[in-house]
Design a protein around this ligand. Structure first.
Ligand code: PLP
Length: 363
């Protein structure tokens, strides 16, 4: 037996996360100059990062010989959410927070419930911890909370919910989630991953953090990767009952968030102008792409985040034709949707170029 054969069977059965194709990779593969490529594949902010965050990163460059201090960001988040610092766990991206949760609650002999077509990191984190995964069929491409409730077994320790969901863009309203939380046994953690929360219209935006006092088994995850434009710095956080947060901090690597990310996040939190602009660009882009897809006779799932998932039929072939035109979108066959593609909302000219390339690819 080789060394690798001694790795637990549940580790050997994993497949690595498939990220959106980087611009540089497509350039290498097809010889297209990087300037002629647009990437609308990873739900990144097309406006870049907040200018205030950029300035903070530049200031922070002088401190890189020091280990990070997370005091300021935790204080800012505590104030923002009206929670004690003890309820906050910082992560190297919110994916790190999801992984901490899996390590705290899951192990061989336990199970985790998630929805068909939900974010790929839930099965990955659950299986890495040796737990069994219970995939619940989706309803209208979104979470079927009644079915998820019914799927909970005595050995279930975590229920994963993405709201809005990636890659389908579906959304659960506050009252549906509260109804669900009221019925889930108290010994099952309910993780609500709100990576796209700030893209919701203000009236629909959920303040789920206000539910934490009532439901100590609730964990809310947020990220700086999407509307805050800091995907490359890797920073996100979880909000949880202080006891849960304490367990997560025990398995967390001591310095999982670096100086630049911490400083940028503090500055980005306070950059309301950048957030408002990012939100407005997204609203306009959703209209532009939805209208374009309708003109092309494509079915799509109404957007609640910064991306739209649309039906093309042979998605692998259409994707290949888009790539040859220098347009990178996201195939989602790995999410059980081999006939669909997901496009991130970009700037007006990139959205227009995507729609032209799609018309070409479909003709
Ligand atoms: C993008 C995304 C995240 C954020 O991941 P980071 O690790 O914070 O970059 C989390 N959850 C979902 C559903 C996402 O789509």
């Amino acid at each position: 037996m080789s060394l690798c054969d001694h790795s637990p069977a549940y580790i050997r059965a994993l497949s690595a996360y498939q990220p959106g194709k980087p611009i540089t990779q497509l350039s290498r593969e097809l010889g297209i100059p990087v300037d002629n490529i647009i990437k609308l594949a990873s739900n990144e902010n097309p406006l870049g990062m907040s200018p205030k965050a950029r300035a903070a990163v530049e200031r922070e460059l002088g401190t890189l010989e020091r280990y990070p201090d997370d005091f300021e960001l935790k204080s800012a988040l505590a104030e923002r959410h009206g929670l004690p610092r003890e309820c906050i766990v910082l992560g190297n991206g919110s994916n790190d927070v999801l992984d901490l949760l899996a390590r705290v609650f899951l192990a061989p002999g336990t199970s985790a419930v998630f929805s068909q077509h939900a974010f790929a990191v839930y099965p990955l984190a659950s299986r890495s911890a040796g737990a069994e995964l219970i995939a619940v069929p989706a309803r209208d491409f979104g979470h079927d909370l009644d079915a998820m409730l019914a799927a909970i077994r005595p050995d279930t320790r975590v229920v994963w919910i993405a709201n809005p969901n990636n890659p389908t863009g579906t959304f659960l309203a506050a009252d549906e989630l509260v109804g669900f939380l009221e019925k889930v046994p108290a010994n099952v953690a309910v993780v609500i991953d709100e990576a796209y929360n700030d893209y919701l219209p203000p009236a629909e935006r959920i303040d789920s953090t206000a539910w934490l006092a009532r439901f100590p088994n609730l964990v809310v995850c947020r990220t700086f990767s999407k509307i805050y434009g800091l995907a490359g710095l890797r920073i996100g956080y979880g909000l949880a009952d202080a006891g849960v947060a304490d367990l997560m901090n025990r398995v967390r690597q001591p310095f999982n968030c670096n100086n630049l990310a911490l400083a940028a996040a503090v500055a980005a939190l306070g950059d309301d102008e950048f957030l408002a602009k990012s939100y407005a660009v997204n609203v306009a882009g959703i209209e532009q792409i939805s209208a374009g897809l309708t003109r092309l006779g494509r079915r799509f799932i109404p957007a609640h985040g910064n991306f739209i998932t649309f039906h093309v039929g042979d998605a692998a072939a259409v994707n290949e034709r888009l790539l040859r035109q220098g347009v990178i979108v996201r195939p989602i066959a790995g999410y059980g949707m081999p006939e669909w593609l997901r496009v991130t909302i970009g700037l007006e000219r990139d959205n227009a170029r995507f729609l032209e390339a799609l018309a070409q690819a479909l003709s």
